[in-house]
Ligand binder design. Structure first.
Ligand code: 13P
Length: 268
């Protein structure tokens, strides 16, 4: 299975000028490293306001551009102040969107109902979706990780019954849906679960998705949470870890490309 290394830029960088500087260095490193990242699909997710700039500059490169979120209310237009729709982000050049990041679940109270709508809107507008799941520190300490994942992955089970997937082959869903396991307690903290823990959790996620429909092919499951140039090798070494969703280390081209190189090397 192809590996994915995705940079979630969150609410960064501050200015369009800084976005262009980050792209300059990313594209310079990517040019010299493109053969060494052949097994690894790279993607970056800038803030909505920078999507058009970033996607225009990534045209003709091997790097994809994703939104960090889309509107739950409509896949196209409407009276929804402050929202950007799947159609609008696709028009700005995004081909994917991140959905259900823990920061959106926490600060915007995103529920499974909201996420089903967003997933349907993404697929309607031909966007791929990176669905984030993961437990809090409290839930981890209480050994509730798998129960939390059951609850969060139920959106995929519901998605399978939605009209947007009618006539769709399950193969194409697996090409357009990626799961990112991001334990909330590992995000931006420098704390990481062991590779054995992540491996077991990813096996559980894959098994849970397969239980929804036995005809579904295997989905890519990425790990996210304090991935950096030093620990990427160890995660990349597990066959259950199909890539990384990277926050802080994606804001520097050297660390982002080092993570990509680690996955490329391990998956070659
Ligand atoms: P960090 O890599 O900064 O821990 O962030 C992970 C993340 O939230 C990516 O979506």
């Amino acid at each position: 299975m192809q590996a994915w290394v995705i940079g979630n830029w969150k609410q960064n960088p501050a200015t369009n000028n800084d976005v262009n500087k980050l792209l300059d260095s990313l594209l310079a490193v990517n040019d010299t490293a493109s053969t060494s990242t052949a097994q690894c699909q790279l993607m970056v997710a800038p803030s909505c306001v920078h999507l058009a700039t970033v996607s225009a500059r990534l045209q003709g490169t091997s790097m994809l551009c994703a939104a960090q979120n889309i509107s739950a209310h409509s896949d196209s237009t409407g009276a929804y102040t402050g929202d950007c729709s799947a159609q609008q982000v696709a028009d700005a050049g995004a081909t994917w969107t991140i959905l259900g990041h823990s920061e959106r679940r926490q600060y915007h109270r995103e529920s499974n109902d909201t996420l089903i709508s967003k997933l349907c809107h993404a697929l309607t507008q031909n966007l791929g979706a990176v669905l984030c799941v993961g437990e809090t520190q409290e839930q981890y300490d209480a050994q509730q990780t798998f129960a939390v994942l059951d609850e969060q992955l139920a959106v995929v089970k519901d998605l399978l019954t939605q009209p947007v997937l009618e006539g769709d082959s399950s193969l194409s869903l697996a090409e357009r849906l990626i799961i990112a396991y991001e334990p909330v307690w590992a995000i931006g903290t420098g704390k990481v679960p062991t590779v054995a823990e992540v491996t077991a959790t990813h096996a559980y996620i894959k098994q849970t998705l397969a239980s929804f429909d036995t005809s579904l092919p295997e989905f890519a499951v990425l790990y996210g949470g304090s991935v950096n140039a030093d620990n990427a090798d160890s995660f990349a070494g597990s066959p259950m870890i199909n890539g990384a969703l990277v926050g802080g280390a994606a804001l520097k081209s050297e660390s982002f490309m080092a993570i990509a190189a680690a996955f490329n090397h391990a998956k070659a």
